[in-house]
Design a protein. Structure first.
Length: 185
């Protein structure tokens, strides 16, 4: 495996919030990917942006150790909580408001829902920026190596384990991981 240094231009692409966001939107727009990520989020407590971040690192051939991943993920803890609280509140308010709504009021409700979703997306983008900033703080630019993570499946499993999600016994989850790696590459 090659261990050459990545150019500063390559690091700039990796650290670009826009490039990471564009990658995430493109990957998330695939229905099967979206279903897997939402299932992991809602049923397993995984953070979609953190999973996308791991896939982004793999795509950019950026490697780091599990302990660094854990530190980077911890940096996102506050924004993760804010986003989750907002998402939960948004879903509950929408359900409350949608009961007994007539067609005229429905247009306003749809507009309101879109505004809330836009705000949630803003929180999501802030999470991504936090992950990139924490990665930069954890590793000096010249220490990033151009190399594949030996086993991206292992890194995703390590992430899920860190989140207290046991995946070793969940065959379907492991298949989902393999699929996510395949389509993100």
């Amino acid at each position: 495996m090659t261990k050459e240094l990545i150019t500063s231009e390559r690091i700039d692409i990796f650290l670009s919030p826009k490039a990471f966001w564009d990658f995430s939107v493109k990957l998330y727009s695939q229905p099967k990917v979206q279903n897997i990520l939402l299932k992991w989020q809602d049923e397993l407590g995984a953070n979609v942006n953190e999973v996308l971040f791991i896939l982004w690192c793999n795509r950019q051939k950026i490697s780091f150790q599990e302990d660094m991943l854990e530190t980077v993920i911890k940096s996102n803890k506050y924004l993760n909580r804010v986003t989750n609280d907002f998402r939960h509140s948004r879903r509950m308010r929408y359900l409350e408001l949608s009961n007994g709504i007539n067609e005229t009021d429905n247009k306003e409700l749809i507009s309101f829902k879109k505004k809330l979703l836009d705000l949630e997306l803003y929180f999501e983008s802030m999470q991504q920026k936090t992950l990139l900033r924490a990665t930069c703080e954890q590793t000096f630019r010249n220490k990033f190596k151009k190399t594949r993570v030996n086993n991206i499946n292992h890194l995703l499993k390590a992430y899920l384990t860190h989140k207290k999600i046991a995946c070793s016994s969940k065959y379907k989850l492991c298949l989902d991981i393999e699929y996510m790696v395949k389509v993100s590459d």
